[in-house]
Design a protein around this ligand. Sequence first.
Ligand SMILES: NC(=O)c1ccc[n+]([C@@H]2O[C@H](COP(=O)([O-])OP(=O)(O)OC[C@H]3O[C@@H](n4cnc5c(N)ncnc54)[C@H](OP(=O)(O)O)[C@@H]3O)[C@@H](O)[C@H]2O)c1
Length: 283
Amino acid sequence: MSFLLGVLGDPIGHSLSPIMHNRWYKEWNYPHYYHAFRLSKENLSDGVKGLKALQFKGFNVTIPHKVDILSLLDELDDEASELGAVNTVVQEKGRLKGYNTDGRGLISAINEKWPTALEKAKVLMIGAGGASLGVALTLAKSGVSQVDVTNRTIEKAEAISQKCSPFVQTKALSLTEAEETLGTYTMVIQSTSLGMGPHGLDQMPLVVNQLQKGTYCIDLIYNPLQTRWLKEAEEKGALTMNGLPMLVHQGALSFEHWFGVMPDTASMITFLTQHLEETHANR
Ligand SMILES: NC(=O)c1ccc[n+]([C@@H]2O[C@H](COP(=O)([O-])OP(=O)(O)OC[C@H]3O[C@@H](n4cnc5c(N)ncnc54)[C@H](OP(=O)(O)O)[C@@H]3O)[C@@H](O)[C@H]2O)c1
């Protein structure tokens, strides 16, 4: 039986999800098809009704729908409910259930690349948007020893730190304080949108002068593959990872929710890295 799936977002033109999922379907000999749908906030409700009527197996949601989708679902798993955000929806017998695979996607990506990095890790999250919340809370519950949060708008960092506080040692700090204490962290995760094309390729959330050699540095951005922040961290001797492994692992976890099996992640990361390099070379 062949199924339809997709991703809803706005903008959505540069999404790698169709390439990734359709490639996995080919690898698994599935006759399914995954499509990217550009859908405005106003049309989300009608769009979801349409996918329900067409018996889509499931779909992903991305910016700006991760929170608005909640009111259109019949059920939420515990993680999505706690985060108040969904990125994966499964349709079964006409009912829609929401999940959030972003945080666990990053943890799987870290464990695949650096199997011991999370043991007793002291983590600094830069940024306090939706992605930061998912990652910070999942890390807080995973047994790391500290999750601190810094952000331009400190109140948002405080809100995330408060959510993490039942599970882990945590505090919110200003960007200046974070720059000064950067050397005390074993892992730094950059989750602002600074450094992405539209936000200025040369912009950095904070300077990395105090960074210790061997610190694990992750940027959730994957386009460009190396932001200025990640490049400067690497030059200070950090071990670095861009956002592509997280994208692939959160997608693999969505795949698992729909089909009950995990697709191969390592070869997909290599494939999409080459794809992005070629896309840039041809610009
Ligand atoms: N790799 C993946 O699979 C994956 C998954 C999800 C997200 N992401 C990436 O993660 C990033 C954040 O996504 P999100 O959903 O969390 O976005 P969001 O909710 O809009 O949060 C944006 C964050 O960036 C900060 N920011 C934006 N402009 C800034 C500026 N000029 N100066 C300083 N800080 C600024 C915001 O600070 P304020 O709070 O002060 O505004 C906030 O912390 C995006 O680049 C997204 O592509 C990657």
